[in-house]
Write a protein that binds this ligand. Structure first.
Ligand SMILES: [Zn+2]
Length: 226
């Protein structure tokens, strides 16, 4: 198990180190994106997937409130809300997210506005990425078939913006296509990877959309204020 976490961490660190510095250089502390203020962490290059974790025998059954900002369902289209968090999984004590089954190539979108990080390959998650919102909550997407152009380390994205496409990469190679989706509320980040909580309660409340949010301009660069 420790080896698994170590592999995840090393992979994450490498992914960030390779690209984050060039995508975030020069960003001011706060920027405006389509009228919504988003706190931009000027040390975003240090954002990586959990490096260490406590070892919880069972998932925590808590649902910390997220900020009252807009959240959307992570898949484009309409779906029944899954509930397979916490079940046993090979290589892990418990399933850290919900599996959202959908046709291969279904667009995967940002559940809220924030910053994308740890974009790249990880042996379990395959083509995976993380999203961090302005409040510090983090969301994990795994098993993508491929990434959208917006998905790069340090990218600022809006709720509903396409990040990638459903696939079977990583250890989902022999399963039906699905998105593995995790919620890591800020108050539990201190627990590392085991700070994941059941996404189902959140997913049930989030708006399911048919059309992605498109960037106002071809370039995702924000208009920055003072
Ligand atoms: Zn899963």
């Amino acid at each position: 198990m420790l080896a698994v976490i170590a592999a995840l961490s090393a992979s994450a660190a490498m992914a960030v180190a390779s690209t984050a510095s060039r995508t975030t250089a020069g960003y001011p502390a706060r920027c405006l994106l389509s009228g919504q203020t988003i706190a931009i962490n000027t040390k975003i290059a240090r954002l990586i997937a959990p490096v260490t974790t406590v070892r919880l025998a069972h998932a925590r059954r808590v649902h910390p409130a997220l900020a009252p900002t807009r959240f959307v369902f992570p898949l484009l289209g309409h779906y029944a809300v899954p509930s397979n968090f916490g079940s046993g999984r090979a290589g892990l004590d418990w399933h850290h997210g919900d599996d959202l089954f959908a046709s291969r190539g279904t667009p995967v979108v940002a559940v809220t506005s924030g910053v994308v990080f740890s974009v790249g390959w990880q042996n379990l998650g395959g083509h995976r990425l993380w999203l961090r919102d302005a409040q510090g909550n983090e969301f994990y997407y795994a098993h993508l078939a491929r990434y959208a152009t917006a998905a790069h380390n340090g990218a600022i994205v809006r709720a509903g913006q396409v990040l990638g496409y459903v696939g079977t990469s990583g250890d989902a190679e022999h399963t039906p296509p699905h998105l593995h989706f995790e919620v890591h509320p800020k108050p539990l980040l201190r627990l590392g990877y085991d700070g994941a909580v059941d996404p189902t309660t959140y997913l049930a409340r989030w708006q399911q959309i048919d059309m992605p949010t498109l960037p106002a301009k071809p370039s995702p660069a924000p208009t920055c204020g003072p």
